[in-house]
Design a protein around this ligand. Structure first.
Ligand code: G1P
Length: 189
């Protein structure tokens, strides 16, 4: 890709998403940065004018704080996700007041699940450093974001587009079929 420089860092121990992000600190410095969890494939649909990160950059430019992508999920799937509670500021934009990593459906604060797209402000690193291990004994980004929300502001954004869970066999097959039928056969991929 022209105009891009790729660097990488390695998480040597399996200590969770928060810890993984901390290993990127030397790459991003004091800039806000995007996080893309590759097992969540997000694609533009016919109604979305921009891809999910473009949409989120617009929201970031308005609020200048960390932004998380969310979508509504059925009750019996909520335990797979970080889940937010928030005050709806306007259509699809929520000021986060609570966040729970992979709750039981009884404890979930809403049906709005975090999808693997984030824009984070660099103060998150200092917060992650102080975040104790949470769900599953791992250092959870969700816990650090809740702290950031309490200290200032985190916005959840219900993005426009399709999302596929490529971390499951069904999701991976569904994504492959979608890309084949809607992009590849139409000469767009
Ligand atoms: C991670 C996050 C979780 C988020 C999910 C999205 O979990 O910890 O909050 O909802 O990604 O895919 P993972 O699926 O990596 O266990």
């Amino acid at each position: 890709m022209h105009g891009c420089i790729f660097s990488f860092t390695r998480q040597a121990e399996m200590k969770g998403l928060g810890h993984a992000i901390l290993t990127g600190r030397t790459l991003t410095g004091m800039e806000p940065f995007g996080v893309v969890l590759a097992d969540d494939l997000c694609l533009q649909d016919d109604n979305s004018q921009a891809n999910v990160l473009e949409q989120m950059v617009k929201v970031f430019n308005q609020f200048r704080c960390s932004i998380v992508a969310v979508m509504e999920v059925p009750e019996d799937e909520i335990h797979k996700y970080g889940v937010i509670k928030g005050e709806e500021l306007k259509d699809g934009l929520y000021k986060v007041s609570d966040m729970v990593e992979k709750p039981n459906k009884e404890d979930a604060p809403s049906n709005l699940a975090i999808i693997g797209r984030y824009i984070l402000t660099p103060d998150i690193f200092g917060i992650i450093e102080k975040t104790p291990p949470g769900k599953g004994g791992e250092i959870q980004l969700t816990d650090a974001l809740l702290q950031q929300a309490k200290d200032g502001c985190v916005i959840a954004y219900k993005f426009k587009g399709n999302r596929y869970d490529c971390g499951s066999v069904e999701g991976f097959v569904e994504a492959t079929n979608y890309v084949y039928e809607n992009l590849y056969l139409k000469g767009k991929a």
